[in-house]
Design a protein around this ligand. Structure first.
Ligand code: CUA
Length: 339
C-alpha cells in the first residue's frame, strides 16, 4: 500500500521534473538515441523481419492445411493420401533453418564486434560503474568525483562528438547495466571488468534497470543517465568536485552525523566520514532520487528513509540507526544542505 501511493507520488514528481528536463520513457529499444543502441535496433529489425516471415509461412501453411484437408462428408471417414518419407522435404526443412540460423548468428556477431571493437577517441570520458546490492556507484577518476545512482554524461553532437566509456565492476553479485535507448546490456561480474560505451545524441534523462537478478530489490535498482549540454556537464563536474559545505547553524547536525556509525559506510568529503560501503553523500541533494530511484529526494523522504530504511526498501543494507526525533532532525537538516 505504502509503495503504491509512494510510486504514484513519484510518477507525479517525475512528470513535474519532465517539464524541466525531458525524461525519456523507460525501455524503448525502438527509439535509439546513441550509436550502440542504433546497432541493437538495426539487428533487432532484421531478427523481427526474419521471424515474421517464418511466422507468416508456417501459419499460412497451417491454415491452408486446416482448410484444404478438413474432414468432409464425402471422405466417408477415410484419411487423405499420406506421405511417408520424402528426401526433398527433409533436406529443405533441415537446410533452410540452418541457413537462417547461420545468417542471423553472423549478422549478430558482426554487430557485437563492431560495437565492442570501436576505437574510442582520445577525449573519451571515463567512468567506472560499480554495481552494489541495490544501487549504482559512479566514479569519474579524471575528476576525482564519486556519486551514486545518477550518471551524468555530456551530449554527443555532430559538431562536438563526445563518447563516454564505462568500466563495469561489481562489489558483490552479478548485475547488468541496461539503458535500452543508449546501448545493449552488459553484465557487472564480481572479479571481472567489462566495458561498454555510449554517445547519447539527445539531452534529457534516460531510464533503465538492472537487468540481471541480484536479490530482493533487483527490481528497485533503477538507472538514470542525465545527458547534458557540455556547459551543464562542466558545471555539474565543478560543483561535484567541491568538498561539502557546512552552513551556519548546521554544525550540530554534522557533529551528530559524524558521531554515529554512518561514517563507516558513507563519505562526506571535507569531513571525517570516509566510508565507501554505501553511497557517497558529499552532494546528496544534487541527486533527484533516494534508494536508487525509489522515491524523490526530498527532506521529508530523507527523514523517512533515515528513520527506517527497511520500511522503504526492504532488505537494503542500511540498518535502522534508531535515531531519536532530535537526532533525526539535526542529521536530516545537515544532509539536506549537501547540494
Ligand atoms: Cu542489480 Cu539486479
Amino acid at each position: 500500500m505504502h509503495l503504491s501511493s509512494r510510486s504514484a507520488a513519484f510518477l507525479c514528481a517525475t512528470a513535474v521534473a519532465a517539464m524541466a528536463q525531458t525524461v525519456h520513457p523507460i525501455g524503448n529499444i525502438f527509439k535509439p538515441r546513441a550509436t550502440p543502441a542504433d546497432s541493437v535496433y538495426n539487428i533487432s529489425l532484421l531478427m523481427l523481419a526474419v521471424c515474421a516471415a517464418i511466422f507468416v509461412v508456417v501459419a499460412g501453411l497451417l491454415t491452408f492445411a486446416i482448410i484444404r484437408f478438413r474432414r468432409r462428408n464425402a471422405d466417408h471417414g477415410r484419411e487423405p493420401a499420406q506421405v511417408y518419407g520424402s528426401t526433398r522435404i527433409e533436406i529443405a526443412w533441415t537446410v533452410l533453418p540452418i541457413l537462417i540460423v547461420v545468417v542471423l548468428s553472423m549478422a549478430t556477431a558482426r554487430t557485437v564486434i563492431e560495437v565492442q571493437n570501436k576505437r574510442l577517441p582520445a577525449d573519451t570520458l571515463k567512468v567506472t560503474v560499480i554495481g552494489h546490492q541495490w544501487w549504482w556507484e559512479y566514479r569519474y577518476p579524471e575528476f576525482g568525483i564519486v556519486t551514486a545512482n545518477e550518471l551524468h554524461v555530456p551530449v554527443s553532437t555532430v559538431a562536438k562528438p563526445r563518447v563516454t566509456a564505462l568500466r563495469l565492476e561489481s562489489a558483490d553479485v552479478a548485475h547488468s547495466f541496461w539503458i535500452p535507448q543508449l546501448a545493449g546490456k552488459t553484465d557487472l561480474i564480481p572479479g571481472i571488468t567489462n566495458t561498454m560505451w555510449i554517445d547519447p545524441r539527445q539531452d534529457g534523462i534516460f531510464l533503465g534497470n538492472c537487468a540481471e537478478y541480484c536479490g530482493t530489490q533487483h527490481a528497485n535498482m533503477l538507472l538514470r543517465v542525465v545527458v547534458e549540454s557540455p556547459a551543464d556537464f562542466d558545471k555539474w563536474v565543478s560543483a561535484q568536485k567541491q568538498p561539502a559545505m557546512t552552513y551556519p547553524g548546521l554544525e550540530r547536525g554534522r557533529a551528530t552525523l559524524l558521531s554515529l556509525s554512518c561514517v563507516n559506510c558513507h563519505t562526506v568529503t571535507g569531513t571525517s566520514a570516509a566510508g565507501t560501503f554505501g553511497p557517497d553523500l558529499t552532494h546528496l541533494m544534487s541527486r533527484t532520487t533516494l534508494g536508487s530511484g525509489m522515491i524523490p529526494n526530498t527532506p521529508e523522504n530523507l527523514r523517512a528513509w533515515m528513520k527506517d530504511p527497511q520500511q522503504i526498501k526492504k532488505g537494503n543494507l542500511m540498518p535502522n540507526m534508531q535515531l531519536n526525533a532530535r537526532e533525526l532532525d539535526e542529521v536530516v537538516n545537515y544532509l539536506s544542505s549537501l547540494k
